[in-house]
Design a protein around this ligand. Structure first.
Ligand code: PA5
Length: 346
């Protein structure tokens, strides 16, 4: 007999989001192989002034995680660009990775053209579409990833090949061991129980996600994106230590609404600065005194990548279970589809 959870999955998860989220560890492994099979041209093995990842939404989040993961290692700045044009500093000494899962996102295609105009080295990461067509026609290398997934589910494909490619061009050390550790941790952790617990506490609330500037900032962005797209729930994020210098004061009003918020604190005990850990503890005390619900979520694993991706995976599953509680199908993102259609007419 199926239990109530299985029945709910059957009822609301019409497009198989659960299976896709659960297969994240295997996807990371396949993505690693895609990265190792890709051979950047020798002319790409340079010391870059900067590395830009241009993309939107589900295709930009991999780049956010990359930037955050390499904060202590990359010798040049890694910048994630989410718009039509690229920042002024992009030029011939830049590597621009244009990432669009569909290959048809107008902002990313425009950023691609901007990068081409400025003479930057370009790599296109996509499952096809116009981005693949343009890049092949212009002679730029293309990293082709499997198609037919919702872009946000393809996080392994939009992140892991980039890590491998940056090591191949000499920008960072080889990360095969860290990727393997992450895959092992993701397959082992009991993310499901934890995710259900979180979802039940977030149900009916406005989630406010707090993380730390160093390495969990991009994870918080992922949580917000997944809670929006999967659970159809609006949320906000902020970071330590900055939120201790402003937002913390705001937890007084609107009085009538305070009970409707739930704070999620993403904690990377092995990586967060000691002072950040202290700040989180004191902040938790302040919030509890103000009767705000605080949910702590801890990372798993030793390596930074495993720790970051374990928090991502728990968040992905929590957003899925929150969708079930909200009685919505996690997969469709009708408003994004509608917006793209309307914009295509103009
Ligand atoms: O999750 C989504 O569907 C969106 O955030 C898309 O990723 C975003 O609109 C960009 O599209 P693409 O990933 O195809 O470039």
């Amino acid at each position: 007999m199926p239990n109530s959870n299985e029945l709910r999955i059957k009822k609301y998860d019409k497009s198989g989001m659960f299976g896709l989220i659960k297969s994240f560890p295997e996807q990371c492994l396949r993505a690693k192989n895609i990265g190792y099979r890709f051979n950047p041209p020798d002319s790409y093995k340079l010391k870059y002034a900067n590395i830009i990842c241009a993309g939107m939404g589900g295709s930009a989040i991999g780049a956010d995680i990359l930037r955050s993961y390499l904060l202590d290692e990359a010798e040049c700045p890694i910048f994630v660009s989410r718009s039509y044009g690229l920042p002024r500093f992009v030029g011939q000494e830049s590597l621009v990775i244009t990432s669009s899962y569909s290959g048809n996102t107008e902002e990313t295609l425009s950023a691609y053209k901007d990068a081409r105009r400025r003479g930057a080295k370009i790599i296109a990461l996509t499952s096809g579409g116009r981005l693949e067509k343009y890049a092949r026609a212009d002679g730029y290398p293309v990293v082709l990833i499997p198609d037919r997934l919702p872009p946000r589910v393809a996080l392994g494909y939009s992140l892991i090949p980039l890590i491998v490619i940056l090591s191949k061009i000499g920008a960072i050390n080889d990360k095969a061991t860290e990727v393997d550790e992450a895959v092992g941790v993701l397959s082992r952790i009991k993310a499901d129980d934890e995710a259900r617990r979180i979802a039940s506490r977030l149900y009916g609330k406005f989630p406010v996600i707090y993380a730390s500037y160093e390495h969990t900032d991009a994870v918080a962005t992922r949580w917000r994106g997944q809670i929006a797209e999967n659970s159809k729930t609006v949320s906000s994020i902020n970071l330590f230590p900055e939120m201790n210098h402003n937002e913390i004061v705001g937890w007084e009003n609107p009085k009538k609404l305070l009970k409707d918020f739930a704070v999620v604190m993403l904690r990377d005990i092995k990586g967060d600065d000691k002072r950040i850990l202290k700040r989180m503890n004191v902040t938790k005390k302040i919030l509890k005194t103000a009767k705000i619900q605080v949910i702590e979520v801890k990372s798993f694993g030793d390596g930074l990548l495993a720790r970051m991706l374990s928090l991502v995976h728990i968040g992905d599953l929590a957003s899925f279970y929150l969708a079930l509680l909200n009685k919505v199908d996690p997969t469709p993102v009708d408003r994004i589809t509608y917006l793209k259609k309307e914009l295509a007419k103009i």
